[in-house]
Design a protein around this ligand. Structure first.
Ligand code: TTP
Ligand code: MG
Ligand code: MG
Length: 441
């Protein structure tokens, strides 16, 4: 139902190839839309941001898109994007009870300014020195040296802490949302349209509540964006950072882009922005008023079409776990290399079981079973097998894991790690797909 709304009625030209230069998240779905003689619209949609492509077909008649009075139209979803503020740094401050007013930089070892790695992130006090994520750590040191030369506090960071904090936050965000999607370690999308009954003020109040809960229960500050599409929600969460909430109503999108730098649009990288600036286009509205045709001549048709859709508010508003996930996996590293393969197989079984439990919780199924084996000396092999339809039945994957391990493990070799991964993810299995499989057995 909702998918139809993504097919812009005035723009029949559809993507046939992914926009290579956009980050995965914002690559539009590859779509083929065609009309049948009885005016049915067929949408063939390919989730191009998956490693293993899977196709979904949707069929619906054109009249079946009613405008329901009093509630949001199918096109008008209310999406929330939440992004934690200076995430890694905030977790370290909380964990080590550090002074948030002192510049804290998380990243590779600065080695007194000679370090060759990069900055992961830094707190807002460090940002005042001009330090940013992905900056060479030597440059960060130059701007704000560490002890004993300056006030900078440099930490390598501890992933485990961040994952734990992330899980706590996601648990809070998941609660009220019918559609929830963890997009990265510190951000998530929520479709709250139904929960707030299409009311944008209620959505704002909900974000305030979530923001307070994250602060009180986890001790971290978060920023929220509320808007009708994913990309707009993501851009909004940046606007009032830190600890901000910003909302773009559907009729405010044009105003929002007025004077806003093209560089602020996720998906427009420095290369593209520089190219556009050379032609004299620095802001989104300057590029937009050119029109799709003229902009397309200069910057490429796919880019032009995409940018028009961003400003028209017709890019994706789909919130689904599947968008950000390629696979679900678990692995175990042994403290000493194992020669008892039977015992390792038992571990593999319990990991597989854990993965399938997790996928059930998330409402996700998969087609690919993959077993990973690392031998003494770090030599790593993965062995995979696909089934014809996506499933989330533990028994099916336990048998596949057994089979893949037994037929591939090299006898008499020490094992250092074993893992299981469920790939080629899809929505939960339909009754039909279950039937198909049982017929094959
Ligand atoms: P971001 O949300 O991009 O940044 P942030 O949370 O640190 O700051 P902001 O307040 O602007 O949201 O990234 C989340 C975490 O991901 C960040 O804390 C550290 C990590 N990260 C890296 O390790 N390398 C990077 O280049 C970036 C951008 C982030
Ligand atoms: Mg963040
Ligand atoms: Mg983030």
């Amino acid at each position: 139902m909702r998918l139809l709304s993504h097919a812009h009625p005035h723009r029949k030209k559809l993507f046939s190839q992914p926009l290579e230069d956009l980050p995965r998240e914002f690559q539009p779905l590859e779509k083929l839309v065609y009309l049948t003689p009885n005016m049915e619209i067929h949408i063939c949609e390919e989730y191009i941001n998956f490693k293993h492509r899977s196709q979904h077909y949707h069929t619906m008649s054109e009249e079946s898109e009613p405008q329901i009075e009093g509630s949001a139209s199918p096109r008008e979803r209310i999406l929330v994007h939440c992004d934690l503020d200076a995430f890694f740094a905030a977790v370290e401050i909380l964990h080590h009870d550090l002074d948030p007013e002192k510049p804290l930089i998380i990243g590779s070892d600065p080695q007194g300014g000679r370090g060759r790695g990069i900055v992961s992130t830094c707190n807002y006090a460090a940002r005042a020195f001009g330090i940013r994520s992905a900056m060479p750590v030597s440059e960060a040191w130059r701007r704000c040296p560490g002890h004993p030369f300056g006030p900078g506090h440099y930490i390598r960071g501890s992933r485990g802490l961040y994952s734990r904090a992330s899980r706590q936050v996601m648990q809070i965000l998941k609660e009220p949302a019918q559609h929830f999607e963890k997009a990265s370690i510190d951000e998530a999308y929520l479709d709250v349209t139904e929960q707030v009954n299409g009311d944008w003020d209620a959505a704002y109040a909900l974000c305030r509540t979530l923001q307070d809960r994250i602060e009180n229960e986890v001790g971290l500050t978060a920023s929220f964006g509320i808007a009708p599409t994913r990309i707009l929600a993501k851009m909004s969460s940046e606007v009032n950072k830190p600890k901000g909430i910003f909302r773009i109503l559907p009729d405010e999108i044009g105003d929002f882009f007025e004077g806003r730098s093209l560089r602020e649009v996720p998906g427009i990288g420095p290369k593209r922005a520089t190219q556009l600036a050379e032609w004299g286009f620095v802001t989104v509205d300057e590029a937009y008023v050119l029109g799709e045709l003229a902009l397309g001549r200069m910057a490429g048709e796919r880019f032009a079409s995409w940018l028009m859709q961003v400003v028209d508010g017709t890019t994706s508003s789909e919130v689904s776990q599947l968008r950000s996930r390629k696979s679900i996996g678990k692995e175990r590293t042994f403290s000493s290399d194992q020669t008892d393969h039977e015992a390792v197989l038992e571990v593999l079984r319990s990991l597989t079981d854990g993965v399938l439990k997790r996928s059930k919780e998330m409402g996700i199924s998969g087609r690919l079973a993959e077993v990973k084996i690392r031998y003494t000396g770090f030599e790593t092999h993965t062995h995979g097998r696909s089934i014809p339809v996506a499933m989330d039945e533990p028994d099916v994957f336990l048998r596949l894991a057994d089979y893949l391990f037994a037929t591939n493990v090299q006898p008499n070799r020490g094992l250092r790690l074993v893992g299981f991964r469920l790939g080629q993810l899809d929505m939960p299995p339909t009754r039909q797909s279950m039937l198909l499989l049982s017929e094959e057995e």
